[in-house]
Design a binder for this molecule. Structure first.
Ligand SMILES: Nc1nc2c(ncn2[C@@H]2O[C@H](COP(=O)(O)OP(=O)(O)OP(=O)(O)O)[C@@H](O)[C@H]2O)c(=O)[nH]1
Ligand SMILES: [Mg+2]
Length: 378
């Protein structure tokens, strides 16, 4: 059928092969519409709320403005960084009134399911619960693997709960600055309990330990080998070890595993002065042990407040925060320096080929960095 119409493009050597048939559009007379000439289409502008609007929204506990404030804190744009800092500064004295709880454990230990059960229980007590996540791998992959609201379906629907998946890393501080600041925003919004989930793969436990009051490690049963191989260091960071999935046939085994952990904990240095870290069992599927864990945390808070250990911990966490931000920013600024970026792979090759010492390669890189970096913003 030749309608006289031509495709937009076809291969000159094989005309017709890639062409498509173009037909005239048909319009039913009854439905024919014409757009009045005076109508103008405009791109929808997303209006950024001002610091004042965000401040008022957050302190009123407005969820949507809280979410936007966290987005601002998580932004990698430099002008957002300064705006976010202005907001945080204004909110600083409104934060700090929650109990901050960190939850770690190997992938599949059931952290998200635990948060679903535990968070729902806390909401049932009338508490407001915010859930944040640190995903240590996101700084490598640039994506979030903990965006698993699906594991927290019930909690996500609870009006007393607020769930925020993990941010991705980037300029100006990385994942843990963003999580820490998101935590402050949630506190200013009136949340009583902050739950922070992180995958236990080593380094992230230390980061989260430095952010929370109470830190718990979820472990599984039948993990005798794991127990043997588990780094003493990780257990020494915990204020409670929870043998999880203590349900069905696993209940008895969980009790056994709890005793084994208790024995080991007895010989370890406790994470918090004046607090004996113990092992407990619980199930997030049938709720066994969940309320007991909250009792433990309440007792921890009470004793920590009385002895002043918790206030001391928060103070020293503030100090650690300064240093970790300095390290983050220096790291970022160095590795994103244009000349360093070009020179580094070449120097790396020279060092690997034995043509240059590592020290002289580093010297060259720092000379290039300092030569131009003093013109840049910190
Ligand atoms: N029997 C039983 N299964 C559970 C329990 N809690 C979690 N699970 C199951 O364990 C699996 C892993 O649970 P998640 O909550 O995704 O574990 P996670 O530790 O958050 O995993 P990552 O986020 O990937 O590190 C899921 O299939 C859950 O259904 C429990 O208390 N009892
Ligand atoms: Mg999870």
């Amino acid at each position: 059928m030749d309608t006289g119409k031509k495709p937009e493009w076809s291969d000159p050597n094989e005309p017709g092969k890639f062409s498509s048939v173009i037909r005239k559009g048909q319009e039913l007379e009854s439905q024919a519409t014409s757009i009045p000439k005076n109508i103008r289409f405009q791109k929808r502008q997303s209006i950024e709320p001002s610091v004042e609007e965000l401040f008022n929204g957050v302190i009123k506990g407005d969820r949507s403005l809280l979410a936007r404030a966290i987005t601002l804190v998580e932004s990698n744009a430099e002008h957002h960084f300064y705006k976010a800092q202005e907001l945080l500064q204004k909110l600083l004295d409104k934060s700090g009134n929650s109990i901050r709880i960190g939850i770690t454990g190997v992938p599949g230990a059931g952290k998200s399911t635990f948060i679903e059960a535990f968070g729902t229980y806390l909401c049932g007590l009338g508490l407001q619960v915010a859930v944040l996540a640190i995903d240590p791998s996101s700084s490598l992959s640039g994506g979030s693997i903990l965006g698993d609201k699906t594991r927290m379906e019930q909690l996500a629907r609870n009006p007393r709960a607020f769930i925020r998946p993990s941010p991705t890393a980037g300029k100006l501080g990385g994942v843990h600055r963003k999580t820490r600041e998101a935590m402050l925003l949630c506190e200013a919004a009136g949340f009583d309990v902050i739950l922070i989930e992180t995958v236990g793969v080593g380094q992230s436990e230390v980061i989260i330990r430095d952010m929370v009051d109470f830190f718990m490690l979820l472990v599984l049963t039948g993990a005798g080998d794991e127990l043997q191989g588990m780094k003493k260091g990780i257990m020494e960071l915990a204020d409670a070890v929870i043998v999880h999935k203590a349900d069905g046939e696993n209940r008895g085994k969980a009790e056994q595993t709890r005793k084994e952990y208790s024995r080991i904990l007895h010989f370890l240095q406790p994470a918090t002065k004046g607090w004996a870290t113990k092992a407990y069992t619980c199930s997030s599927v049938n709720g066994y042990g969940i309320s007991g864990i909250w009792d433990v945390i309440k007792l921890f808070e009470e004793t920590g407040n009385m002895s002043g250990v918790l206030a001391e911990r928060r103070k020293s966490q503030q100090r650690t925060w300064i240093y970790s931000m300095i390290t983050d920013q220096l790291h970022y600024s160095f590795f994103h320096h244009p000349e360093v970026k070009v020179m580094l792979p070449q120097l790396e090759n020279q060092v690997m080929a034995g043509e240059k010492t590592a020290a002289s390669a580093v010297e060259t890189l720092f000379s290039a960095y300092f030569a131009t970096n003093n013109k840049q913003q910190p």
